[in-house]
Design a protein around this ligand. Structure first.
Ligand SMILES: [Zn+2]
Length: 514
């Protein structure tokens, strides 16, 4: 019996193979620490195998040698695991209910009970092959498939703007409806995935691109009123090779924007050239840089007024506050602040275009939202929802959907006796360059729209609050005022009457119900 068990066990150990030689695969050194037979019955034993796995460090950054390489990403395959209890102790990275897959396509989060000890996984797998990863991988081949689909639309122009170190194309799509004058359009640049481990950001961005290119009414309005330049995958070598925060050469291209040419990576050179090309006639209105962060919250990295201007801070906070409106997974207290710095794309843009371009980084978490372990955990589905939230915020900020999301800046209303136009600069959050302040109790405002299409709408009013790092949840947001039934295509009138002097009004929003 003993002999049988020993022969059996050595046979079975030999069966477990670990590998990472595939798209987005990554593992450092690993070893089998222990193997134990657990007896469940006279002829029924369970083999428990304990592995110590080290996630792989990026190469030392040759441009910034003082930086400690990251080892966040892991994605490896284990074969021969069926029916065995596998205990994995993963070093160098976070192991808070990561993901597994039996087919390398459909990934599932490990259950709480399978991740009871910090940094470990403990599970009896039901298939012989299993993939284990930090988050649901967003592979190079998925990107290629999606790109093939996006570029098939006639309103999508596809370009190769350069090549990575290993010779992969850097692909950009330009999405707009050419029937409308480009000089009237908002110019929006979006890029993502400079950090390969940040796969949640790609699921989020994919949903945004799907909507921007979709046949939905919203998608059509976006293309009518904006031109989108999108480079979804700026570090293809890093992603394919399973790096954490660098290219295959160890360089963190996120902070490679202020280097001399000789130390600038080909990916960054290509992005700079493409940005120079698309801004030749006028600056971008918005640049979104998509990332994921290990903090368990969503955030924008908002540049401080001290490093930019009051007006720029206010514009960034408007985008951030509007996003908060459209998702339960982002709160005023999650906002992050930092000084603008030339090593980042945002700093490079700031140095060229200043206030004209709102350049900002958006971060999605990997694990759960709102710093709440008992709340909602991050999934590809809710990242998709978050993608819509960001698009709605962008739409409101630039008034991109005048059909289904009608935004009226109240400073443009003709009849506004009893109201003064603000002149205090940008210490409050409001649409445009100024807002209205009532001068007396009972001051009236009449909003008249010549044509609103027949339909059901919700009417919101913007609650003006401070342009500050901290503000209560009740301000800097849309407040629902009414349900509107527009019986036929035609004129729409909305009246506002102040209760007290000093009341602030900025904008109303009519959102058509689907
Ligand atoms: Zn990042």
């Amino acid at each position: 019996m003993l002999l049988l068990a020993l022969t059996g066990s050595s046979f079975l150990f030999a069966q477990v193979r670990i590998s990472s030689d595939f798209d987005t695969g990554s593992i450092g050194k690993y070893s089998l620490l222990d193997s134990v037979w657990v007896k469940r019955g006279a002829n029924d034993s369970l083999l428990t195998l304990t592995y110590e796995i080290h996630s792989r460090f990026d190469p030392l950054n040759p441009v910034d040698t003082s930086l400690r390489p990251s080892a966040r990403w892991y994605h490896f395959r284990m074969e021969g695991v069926k029916g065995k209890q596998i205990f994995l102790n993963i070093k160098n990275s976070e192991v808070i209910r990561p993901f597994y897959s039996y087919d390398g396509v459909n990934y599932k989060r490990f259950e709480e009970v399978e991740n009871q000890f910090r940094g470990t996984i403990n599970k009896i797998f039901t298939s012989d092959t299993v993939y284990i990863s930090h988050f649901v991988p967003y592979t190079y081949s998925r990107f290629k498939d999606k790109m093939k689909h996006w570029k098939s639309y006639d309103y999508v122009k596809h370009e190769i703007i350069g090549e990575s170190t290993q010779g992969r194309p850097l692909e950009m799509i330009t999405v707009t409806n050419d029937d409308f004058d480009v000089t009237e359009k908002k110019a929006i640049w979006i890029h993502g995935r400079s950090h390969p481990s940040e796969s949640p950001s790609s699921w989020h961005l994919e949903a945004m691109i799907d909507e921007i290119t979709s046949d939905s009414e919203f998608g059509r309005e976006l293309r009518k009123n904006a031109i989108f330049y999108i480079v979804p995958y700026i570090n293809p070598d890093g992603v394919y090779g399973g790096y954490s925060r660098s290219t295959s050469t160890g360089v963190n291209i996120e902070i490679n924007w202020d280097r001399p040419d000789s130390l600038t990576m080909p990916e960054v050179k290509a992005l700079k050239a493409a940005l120079e090309k698309v801004t030749a006639n006028k600056p971008l209105d918005l640049l979104l840089n998509m990332h994921s962060q290990i903090a368990n919250s969503v955030t924008y990295w908002i540049h401080t007024a001290e490093s930019t201007t009051d007006k720029f801070l206010k514009e960034q906070l408007m985008l951030s506050s509007l996003t908060i409106n459209y998702t339960p997974f982002y709160r005023p207290k999650d906002q992050s602040f930092s000084a603008v710095a030339p090593r980042y794309a945002e700093g490079w843009i700031w140095d060229r275009f200043g206030e004209a371009t709102l350049a900002i980084t958006f971060e999605t978490p990997y694990t759960f939202y709102n710093e709440d372990r008992s709340g909602t955990w991050v999934s590809t589905e809710n990242l998709k929802e978050l993608g819509y939230s960001v698009l709605y915020a962008v739409s409101d900020l630039y008034n991109l959907d005048s059909k289904n999301r009608i935004l009226v800046n109240l400073t443009s209303t003709r009849r506004k006796s009893g109201w003064a136009v603000s002149d205090a600069g940008y210490k409050r959050l409001f649409f445009g360059d100024s807002y209205l302040i009532s001068q007396k109790r009972g001051a009236r405002l009449k909003v008249k729209l010549p044509l609103v299409e027949k339909g059901e709408y919700e009417l919101y009013s913007w609650v003006v609050g401070p342009s500050a790092e901290v503000f209560p949840d009740s301000v800097n947001r849309w407040l629902k005022k009414a349900e509107i039934t527009q019986r036929r295509d035609g004129r729409f009138i909305w009246r506002i009457r102040s209760q007290n002097p000093g009341e602030e009004e900025s904008a109303i929003l009519l959102v058509r119900k689907r």
